[in-house]
Design a protein around this ligand. Structure first.
Ligand code: AVI
Length: 312
């Protein structure tokens, strides 16, 4: 991971428009800060998806129409809180399934496994740690049907071309009849989206600036975090939330471990994240571009978010 981190940092900070990938937000500190984001009242996707899974687990299970046993493979499981209600429903109904959570953070997977084993002792859990691009490829085709979970609106963090590529990769690693439940954040009143990302507590700012601390620690960089700020902007036409780190002065940053120096202009930006919002037309075309058929959309009561069930 460090080698591709190093290469991506070098390429991203050498580019005309500086950029870093938001996948590097999630070291153990970043994963902890993301938990704080999910607990903020302004960050509606967590509550919206929790409501969908709490209120509609039965409908989702029935829509699967799977023989038992089956697998539930969760990509980017995090602390698993969002999935808990679905798992709880299935365990309480004595449904025969294996839960295979995958996450990049060992700490998140450990705490998820511990919590779930305590709270749902009847759950058959087979945790995996790693980059799910790789882990999914490794997962052998199974004889039993699988439901892939890609929840939390993570697809919004991929640029449309990369999203297509990722969904095609899922498609290639699924058997015919397997299903994908994908969480997608919907376009809505721009002020609601703005507040969720430009939060008044400064937690999302900390989430972004943690990337500078990570580069200091892992790549020997000398970023002075106080010399950088955070900015983000929602474009309601395209549905793009774009997040940036802003250099508050002209400055040089040296990466000791990489023999690399970066010059920042006053107010220069590093683009760190895309959090794309979709409408149903956009969801339809994304599904068909990657070879899936949409079976059903499960929405929260405010219609902020959908867990969209796709069939391979
Ligand atoms: C993980 N992902 C879906 C979050 C999002 O909403 O794009 C990450 C995040 N970035 C800022 N706030 C939350």
């Amino acid at each position: 991971m460090t080698n591709s981190f190093e290469a991506d940092v070098r390429a991203g900070l050498s580019a005309e428009q500086k950029h870093l990938s938001s996948k590097y937000f999630y070291d153990d500190n970043g994963s902890r800060i993301f938990q704080e984001i999910m607990n903020m009242p302004e960050y509606y996707p967590t509550d919206a998806e929790f409501e969908i899974l709490a209120m509609q687990s039965k409908a989702i299970f029935e829509a699967l129409d799977f023989s038992q046993p089956f697998n539930i493979i969760e990509l980017g499981a995090g602390d698993g809180f969002k999935t808990y209600k679905l798992l709880e429903y299935l365990v309480n109904e004595n449904i025969n399934f294996n839960y295979v959570p995958i996450d990049i953070s060992q700490q998140a997977i450990d705490s998820l496994t511990k919590r779930l084993s305590e709270r749902l002792p009847g759950l058959n859990i087979k945790p995996r740690t790693g980059d799910y691009f790789h882990v999914l490829k490794e997962e052998k085709h199974s004889e039993i049907p699988s439901l892939l979970l890609f929840l939390g609106g993570n697809i919004g963090n991929y640029h449309p071309d990369e999203a297509d590529e990722l969904l095609k990769l899922f498609h290639n690693n699924m058997n015919e009849g397997d299903k994908l439940l994908i969480g997608i954040d919907l376009k809505k009143n721009p002020l609601i989206i703005h507040k969720a990302y430009f939060d008044p507590h400064g937690i999302t700012k900390r989430f972004n600036l943690n990337l500078l601390l990570r580069m200091n620690r892992e790549l020997g960089a000398d970023f002075k975090v106080d010399d950088f700020d955070f900015y983000c902007h929602y474009n309601p036409i395209t549905g793009d939330v774009k997040s940036y780190i802003v250099s508050l002065r002209a400055q040089k940053v040296h990466f000791k471990a990489m023999d690399f120096t970066v010059d920042f202009d006053y107010n220069e930006l590093i683009w760190t994240e895309l959090s794309k919002k979709y409408d149903f037309e956009g969801i339809d075309s994304m599904a068909s571009r990657s070879g899936f058929e949409i079976q059903e959309n499960f929405l929260d009561c405010k219609h902020y978010f959908t867990d969209s069930l796709w069939v391979r």
